[in-house]
Design a protein around this ligand. Structure first.
Ligand code: 0WD
Ligand code: CA
Length: 378
């Protein structure tokens, strides 16, 4: 009888203050000195055509061809051709790392860095690294990055958040037109052949892309990543990629010092992160008026962008961006231990919170395709 009384509910063993690992994104934690970042070198490239078909060459590369500086000021109608000469890419198709993996599969035997270099590397899109760089300063949009380790290599592939998907599906008409205008500006500024002239009478097809594949290293993290490049400058002092590449952007015409300040604090951070990662030396901005015409340009050298916020208390700091990215890569490398292409660690971040992790086996988050895994196993 006594024994029955002795039966007690055991003290729960999981009440200890043990929390899952997470990573803070507070800028103050990352303000040390600028970390090592290897000058990015181009390993190769690929192109996607108007039907989004892959080609292992530079056929989609375009040539920087701005209007003559001595002539009249530009007057580019960015709304011309919207929507009758517009073929937008189908954003429902999630390509994940597929095109980059195809390039890697076809070039894995010729990679520099010695045997085993790839096994120690991180493979991803440049755009994913850009999001990591800007995270300590981002107050609006969260992200999710899926990570898998396979044959030693850590692969990182973005997952569209539910909020991002909802926003994309409900994208206001004016925002759709604004997206078109960015591509239309490229058409006004680029020729299909070196020394050729732009042809703004054609269609804008956003399936077409030229992607550079680069090698770099952040701290002790070897990187292999790819990024879309707008054009190459045949007149550039160095013809060697990526230093001959030019990034094109459009932005609202600015009239007050307050508008410039806000531009330096927010837009220039994103432009810097994107072009710095790939080693693109110059960003050419076309400023559009309220009617959608570009009437002026300005070239922003990537290495001079920080000067615009260096003395701004509410500015951004490249060291914070790079140190946070390095810390995230260390966090990811130490979290994803098992080598299994069907196992995904999902890193999730929302503004105001730390980065958290969840684990998924064989589910919808698996992103390394069977064709890649099987061919790499040969
Ligand atoms: O799976 C995904 N979630 C993503 C795939 C997200 C981002 C890119 N991609 C793929 C696409 O295949 C695309 O061809 O990466 C390629 C572009 O890679 P990236 O250079 O790493 O991306 P990012 O630096 O964010 O964007 C560069 C350009 C953009 O130019 P602007 O000036 O707006 O930054 O690539 C275009 C866009 O023109 N772009 C995209 N193209 C196709 N799919 C995408 C996208 N999701 N995002 C940006
Ligand atoms: Ca661009």
């Amino acid at each position: 009888k006594r024994s029955a009384e002795k039966i007690e509910v055991a003290e729960p063993q999981n009440k200890l203050p043990c929390s899952a690992p997470s990573l803070s994104t507070e800028p103050a934690l990352y303000s040390g000195s600028f970390p090592f970042y290897r000058r990015p070198s181009e390993l190769g490239c690929f192109s996607l055509d108007d039907k989004r078909q892959y080609y292992g060459d530079a056929r989609a590369l375009r040539y920087y061809s701005p209007p003559p500086t001595n002539g009249p000021s530009p007057n580019f109608d960015l709304r011309d051709g919207y929507t009758d000469r517009y073929q937008p890419r189908d954003e429902e198709i999630q390509e994940r790392l597929d095109h980059l993996l195809r390039w890697l599969l076809e070039h894995r035997g010729q990679l520099e860095g010695g045997p085993g270099w790839l096994a120690g590397a991180i493979v991803t899109w440049r755009g994913h690294l850009t999001k990591l760089l800007t995270t300590p300063y981002e107050r609006q949009e969260g992200w999710q990055l899926a990570a898998s380790r396979f044959q030693g290599t850590l692969y990182l592939s973005e997952v569209e958040t539910a909020a991002a998907r909802a926003q994309r599906l409900a994208r206001p008409p004016l925002l759709r037109e604004l997206m078109y205008m960015g591509y239309k500006f490229e058409q006004y500024m680029c020729a299909d052949k070196p020394g050729g002239s732009p042809d703004p009478s054609g269609e804008v097809n956003t399936n077409v892309a030229f992607c550079s594949v680069l090698r770099s290293r952040l701290g002790n993290h070897p990187l292999l990543f790819s990024g879309e490049v707008d054009c190459t400058d045949p007149q550039a002092s160095s013809t060697q990629p990526p230093t001959c590449y030019v990034e094109l952007k459009t932005s609202k015409e600015m009239h007050s010092p307050g508008q410039w300040r806000s531009f330096y604090r927010h837009k220039l951070l994103k432009w810097w992160a994107q072009s710095f990662l790939l080693g693109v030396p110059n960003v050419v901005a076309g400023f559009r008026n309220p009617e959608g015409f570009v009437c002026s340009f300005k070239t922003f050298p990537t290495m001079e962008m920080f000067e615009h916020v260096r003395n701004d208390r509410d500015g951004w700091n490249p060291s914070v961006c790079m140190n946070f990215c390095a810390a995230f890569l260390t966090f990811a490398q130490s979290t994803v231990i098992q080598d299994d292409p069907r196992l995904v660690h999902l890193f999730s971040w929302e503004p105001g919170h730390p980065v958290t992790v969840s684990v998924h086996q064989d589910g919808p988050y698996t992103f390394l395709p069977t064709w890649y895994v099987e061919a790499m196993a040969q």
